[in-house]
Design a protein around this ligand. Structure first.
Ligand SMILES: [Zn+2]
Length: 290
């Protein structure tokens, strides 16, 4: 605040009488005038305090209400509103229910809208199945010997058993007079059984040759599919998918080229026809895609 000097004109007589009276009270005319002016104007207006900024209220999601009736459970209500009984904890939490099992008839529940589900993270890249994943049971056959080089496995030979049941094949390959075996047998229901260890030489291909290398049993793995091999008997989807998974696991483990997944007829041409009716090109493509 700064001072301002104000001049007023009054007649001598008035001023003299005012001065005497002011001095009689210990004042001056100027101080009396200042007080009069102050009283007349009144106190300065009080600045209204600036209100603190009001935070924007979070928009409350619109909720529905539901009045509990006889026979209701929170799961039942969740099923009714969300189509999913397992979502009852959303209602319990929204209504601060300590025990979701305790609601009472006439209780008014607020049913919040379902928040949109957060998008699922992209699935991890699909790894080929491992032999361990396939959890293959072991039914040993006595018909095998040592490979010339147990680390040299380069070819997979697919066969059809010319037989109609898995148990029939298993018992034949365990028959001491059979002198036949395969590393794996796959039933029509997709069950896979292992009968000879991969590193051993199973007796499935017989007289054979692949890429000008004779004796495919030396370096091949044999897979028998239970099938009549008449060109009519189908390879059911479960059996086919087990074959794809098994081949994927073997290809991955032994680094076999999918071009070296062959039918028995390819390594013993003119002598063998199996597996008749199986599309090996499609099989190789599906194995390569996995
Ligand atoms: Zn065969």
């Amino acid at each position: 605040m700064s001072d301002v000097t104000v001049s007023i004109r009054v007649d001598d007589d008035l001023y003299e009488r005012a001065k005497v009276r002011a001095q009689g009270q210990g004042h001056t005319v100027e101080s009396i005038l200042t007080k009069l002016l102050t009283d007349w104007v009144g106190p300065p207006p009080v600045q209204p305090p600036v209100p603190p900024p009001v935070p924007e209220p979070e928009p409350e999601p619109a909720y529905q209400t539901y009045t509990v009736k006889a026979g209701d459970t929170l799961s039942k209500i969740a099923k009714e509103f969300y189509g999913d009984a397992t979502k009852y904890p959303i209602i319990a939490e929204y209504n601060s229910l300590e025990d979701p099992g305790r609601i009472f008839i006439g209780q008014v529940l607020r049913i919040p809208p379902l928040t949109p589900p957060t998008p699922e993270p992209p699935p991890p890249p699909v790894e080929p199945p491992t032999l361990e994943d396939l959890n293959i049971p072991w039914v040993p056959s006595p018909h095998f010997n040592e490979r010339p080089d147990p680390d040299h496995i380069t070819t997979i030979v697919v066969h059809a058993t010319a037989n109609s049941t898995l148990t029939g094949v298993l018992s034949w390959f365990r028959n001491p007079t059979a002198y036949l075996s395969a590393h794996y047998v796959i039933g029509k229901d997709g069950r896979i059984v292992q009968m000879v260890k991969d590193e051993d030489r199973a007796w499935h291909a017989g007289r054979s040759e692949w890429r000008e290398v004779p004796n495919v049993n030396d370096y091949g793995l044999g897979i028998e599919l239970v099938n009549l091999n008449d060109g009519q008997d189908p390879y059911p989807e479960a059996q086919y998918q087990s074959l794809v998974k098994l081949c994927q696991a073997l290809v991955h483990k032994y680094n076999v080229s999918t071009e070296d997944i062959v039918g028995h007829y390819q390594v013993s041409p003119g002598r063998k026809t199996d597996p008749r009716g199986l599309d090996l090109n499609k099989l190789r493509q599906e194995i390569a895609a996995g």
